[in-house]
Each structure stands twice: as C-alpha cells, then as structure tokens.
Design a protein around this ligand. Structure first.
Ligand SMILES: [Zn+2]
Length: 369
C-alpha cells in the first residue's frame, strides 16, 4: 500500500521541499526582470531630463530633483514637461519676455508664447519657437501666477472694432449645460436667434454632448467655471486660474473651441473676490480673455416666479441701450424654460422698441460692472 506508507510521506516531503525552492526562484526571476525593466525606464527618463537641462535654460532643480518630482507627483511625461517648463527659470524669463507683448494691443493683436509640448522639443532637447533668454535680469516683481499655464491665452483676431450694437439684446445662459439645454436650444432655433452660454463643463460624456450641441447650433460658448465653488475659486489668483483652465480644456475637448470670453461666477464684483479682484481681472486681461457681466437680471436662479422673470427682463431691458440678459441653464431651471419663449416673443415684437437679438463675441463691447 503506497498511500500512507513511509515512502509516500518521504515523497511528499521531497515534493514540498522542491516546491519551496522552485516557487520563490520563479518569483525572484520575474521580480528581478521587472526591476531591470523599471530601472531601464528610469534611466532613459533621467537622460531625457538631462537633455532637457542641456537646452541652456537654467533650471531651479537639478536633474535628480526633477526626476524625483516626476516620480512623486506626476503620472506621465507630459505633466513632467509642463512642470519642467514652469520651474525652468531661464525659460520663464524668456516666456515672460514674450508674454509682455501678449497683452492685447490697441488693435487687439495678441501674440502668445509658444507652449512647450513634446512636439516642439527636438531629439537633442532644444525647444523650438522660443529663443534663449537675452540677459539675466531679476524677476522678483512678476507674480508667480503669471508662470502658470504658459499656453493659456486667448487667441483674438488682429483688429477688434466693436460692432455698433445699439438696441441689441444678448441672451446669456449661465451654469449649463443641463437637462434643459436641449429645450433652450429648441426655442432659440424656433425663433432663429443666437445666444451665449457661459458654461460649467464637468467633463462627462453627457456634458460634452450638450456642449457640442450648443457649438454645432452656432451659439457662443464662454467659460464660466469648472466647480462654481466661490470659496475655492476666489481663494487666490492661482486657484481661479486652475479652475478656469480645467473648464477651458473641457470645452476644447468637447467642441474644439478655444474660448475667448468668460463670465466670473457671481459676476466680476462679488462678495467672495474682494481680496483678489483687481489682480485677478488684470491677470485674465493680460492673458487676453474678455469677461462679460450683465445689465439685465432675470433673477431666475434666485427663485423668481414666471411673472417676476418676465417683468424683470422687460423693465430692465427698456432701461438700457443694449441689454446683456442673465438667465440660467441649470437643472433647477424649469421656470426659465417656461418663460423663455415669451421673453423671446417680447424682445422681437414688443411694439414699443425694435430690438435685435445677438450673440456675444470679441466684437461686442463688454458689459462690465
Ligand atoms: Zn453661475
């Protein structure tokens, strides 16, 4: 009888011993080849960083520090290149030199600094489109937020001459897209008018599809915010830029549009931005972005009834030469949908004054508080 015999147990012991040796050996082999592969990747990244540093732009960090920054904080090489760009003082001085010209000129001309992407970094690590810094001058007077997002600039037409828009009415919808976007678009289409949407894109498929529908219908899209959290976005200029950039990128991803217009959440003057307001407006203007407030408030998001909305829009619109009307495209906005058609009907045929309906653009003189 083999099972249960001394021989059987001997064989069991031998088998277990062999397994105890073989299994760890196999694991050790797999692990060591993995480690070697990672080591190789690290090595090539290190040399890439070294090459980046050989571009002649003095970095605040040495290659090892940049490497550990990459390992600790970043997920991919694009992020690293961005960071390297931002921390590279020499590059920054150079970019700042270009950015000085990037403020809109009187003719509205904007020259933007070339962003650093993998595509314009050549094999040898030199960066195309940007010259060497001319001289080493201290940059202590430049706020650090100007270094953020070196490619975040409005691309404005060369010459901006404002339209003569006396008696124009601009419908604007904030906070969308929402479940009501489609209804709003349907009304606008039915009356063949264009409007402006200051959006809060969340990056979801649904949000992207709605944004695309707005863009495809030919309406203007402007940036509102990514989060709409006043405390957060108005904590600092940096925080605002971070939020703006997220919304900007999401709109671009969904529609291919690079927005030039935006509306501050709560308007340009609100209780949350008192500390940073002047700096923030200056920075957004320096980057070429144009903001619109409003001069007619339907008060829809403040819970106005149908009658209040209708009366607010009519009386306030009659009081101004040209009206930028604030309404909202948001999930709680059923009242807006109910009154929208009647507001449109009043605008285009009120009998007292002839209005034109337009959409905002760089060619519309901004209405600002
Ligand atoms: Zn809003």
């Amino acid at each position: 009888m083999y099972f249960g015999s001394v021989k059987f147990f001997k064989h069991i012991i031998v088998a277990v011993t062999i397994l105890l040796i073989i299994v760890p050996c196999v694991f050790a082999f797999i692990l060591s080849s993995k480690v070697a592969q990672l080591e190789e990747e690290n090595q090539s990244l290190r040399s890439e960083i070294g090459e980046y540093q050989l571009t002649g732009h003095q970095s605040r960090y040495d290659a090892d520090e940049l490497f550990s920054l990459y390992k600790e904080n970043l997920e991919n090489k694009d992020d690293f290149l961005k960071l390297a760009y931002e921390y590279d003082e020499g590059m920054y001085k150079n970019a700042a030199g270009i950015e000085e010209q990037a403020v809109p000129t009187s003719s509205g001309n904007i020259i933007t600094a070339a962003p650093v992407t993998e595509n314009n970094i050549t094999q040898s690590g030199t960066i195309n489109g940007l010259d060497e810094p001319e001289e080493e001058t201290p940059n202590s007077g430049t706020p650090s937020y100007q270094m953020l997002y070196p490619d975040l600039y409005a691309e404005l037409p060369e010459n901006i001459i404002y339209n003569d828009d006396m008696d124009y009415v601009y419908l604007t919808f904030d906070d969308g897209p929402s479940k009501y976007t489609k209804d709003i678009l349907n009304y606008l289409k039915a009356y063949d008018i264009k409007a402006t949407f200051f959006v809060v894109p969340d990056g979801s498929e649904e949000s992207n599809a709605r944004l695309k529908a707005i863009a495809d219908a030919g309406h203007t899209i402007g940036i509102h915010t990514a989060t709409h959290e006043y405390d957060k976005i108005y904590a600092s200029v940096d925080a605002y830029l971070e939020d703006f950039k997220i919304a900007y990128d999401r709109v671009y991803e969904a529609t291919g549009l690079k927005c030039n217009l935006f509306r501050f959440p709560g308007g340009s003057i609100n209780d949350y931005n008192t500390e940073i307001r002047d700096e923030l407006i200056a920075e957004m203007t320096r980057r070429g972005f144009i903001y619109f407030d409003w001069n007619v408030d339907s008060s829809d998001a403040m819970g106005a009834t149908w009658t209040e909305m209708y009366n607010n829009v009519r009386t306030q619109t009659m009081d101004v030469n040209r009206a930028v009307i604030l309404m909202h495209d948001y999930n709680g906005g059923w009242n807006t949908i109910l009154v929208l058609e009647d507001i449109i009907k009043w605008i285009i045929g009120n009998g007292k004054r002839t209005f034109h309906v337009g959409q905002l653009s760089e060619f519309v003189k901004p209405v600002q508080f």
